[in-house]
Design a protein around this ligand. Structure first.
Ligand code: BV8
Ligand code: ZN
Length: 247
């Protein structure tokens, strides 16, 4: 791993009072949770995006979508925060004004020590009615069933409380992430391909407002292209090294 880049990133973060951290599936890869687009392991290489994470997909085959999310709830339950999640929480502790924004639907940032986390795409452990949107507590039997349960209020189908493609982003979370991105001095972007909008717009917004962009990703992707610093390393290694290099 390039120690010069690690030291440079540590210096940038040490000097900053206002930092936003934006993460994607890559930050949870070393916890054993599949990313979406990695060539071999990505979820989307095995499944069709539209079929599983959209209203159309759910309406056409609710059981298939239900079972896919149920399997992912299981994976997330077994996963543990990795050193990257813990290092981000450490950086948050040392920063005057730190905002944690994730595209991930797992709870590993919270379990890794981050107090408040903005989930732009929802959280997979929660469920709601697809019609009247009321929350629904899913039992273990229902989670392992072939088909989703029905809402007791309107008989609508129950689904994971995540944001599907073509669905609007959660207003409050998006506003908070947008404002923090406009005002930060540094945006630490970790483990995202930068393909899904509007989340992928946040680094551009931060950069347009004068922020320094640090991208931690083994691959050179959309964010690396516009970042000031790209550290081509797994986040579970790079982030603890950055914390160690910070005074
Ligand atoms: C909306 C929740 C409007 C569900 C997800 C054409 C052009 C531009 C935009 C669009 C377009 N057509 C459609 C759109 C809009 C669409 C979109 O952006 N589509 C993309 C595919 C082009 N966006 C939407 O639909 C959004 N809504 O626009 O609404 C609207 C407005 C008003 C009213 C109604 C509607 C909603 C988007 C949310 C979709 N939901 N997930 C679920 O999880 O099941 S998105 C999904 O992708 C995940 O949530 C994930 O978070 C997100 C982004 O993926 P990444 O996190 O980046 O993961 P990925 O696998 O891609 O990359 C992992 C990276 O990690 C890689 O770079 C890899 O190299 C790296 N990595 C691997 N290992 C490591 C690592 N990095 C560090 N360390 C490691 N060890
Ligand atoms: Zn309902």
């Amino acid at each position: 791993m390039n120690q010069e880049l690690i030291k440079y990133a540590a210096k940038i973060l040490e000097r900053a009072d206002r930092v936003v951290c934006l993460t994607g599936a890559g930050v949870s890869a070393e916890s054993g949770i599949s990313t979406f687009r990695d060539p071999e392991t990505g979820l989307w290489t095995k499944f069709n995006l539209e079929e599983l994470a959209s209203q159309e997909g759910f309406r056409s085959d609710p059981g298939k979508v239900w079972r896919w999310y149920a399997a992912r709830v299981g994976d997330m339950g077994k996963a543990q925060p990795n050193p990257g999640h813990v290092a981000i929480a450490e950086i948050a502790q040392r920063t005057e004004d730190f905002t944690m924004v994730t595209q991930n639907v797992d709870n590993l940032h919270e379990r890794g020590g981050c107090e408040s986390v903005i989930h732009l795409h929802g959280t997979i452990g929660k469920f709601r009615c697809n019609e009247c949107t009321r929350d629904y507590d899913v039992s273990d039997d229902e989670l392992t069933a072939d088909q989703p349960p029905h809402c007791p209020h309107c008989n609508g189908l129950v689904r994971a409380d995540v944001v599907w493609f073509g669905e609007a982003m959660p207003r409050l979370q998006m506003d908070r992430a947008w404002k923090a991105s406009e005002n930060c001095q540094v945006m630490l972007v970790v483990g995202t391909s930068g393909i899904v909008y509007p989340a992928a717009y946040l680094p551009l917004l931060a950069s347009e407002n004068g922020a320094t962009i640090i991208d931690i990703n083994p691959d050179y992707g959309e964010i690396s292209r516009m970042a000031d610093v790209h550290i081509p390393a797994p986040s579970g290694e790079a982030l603890p090294a950055i914390v160690a290099a910070m005074g």
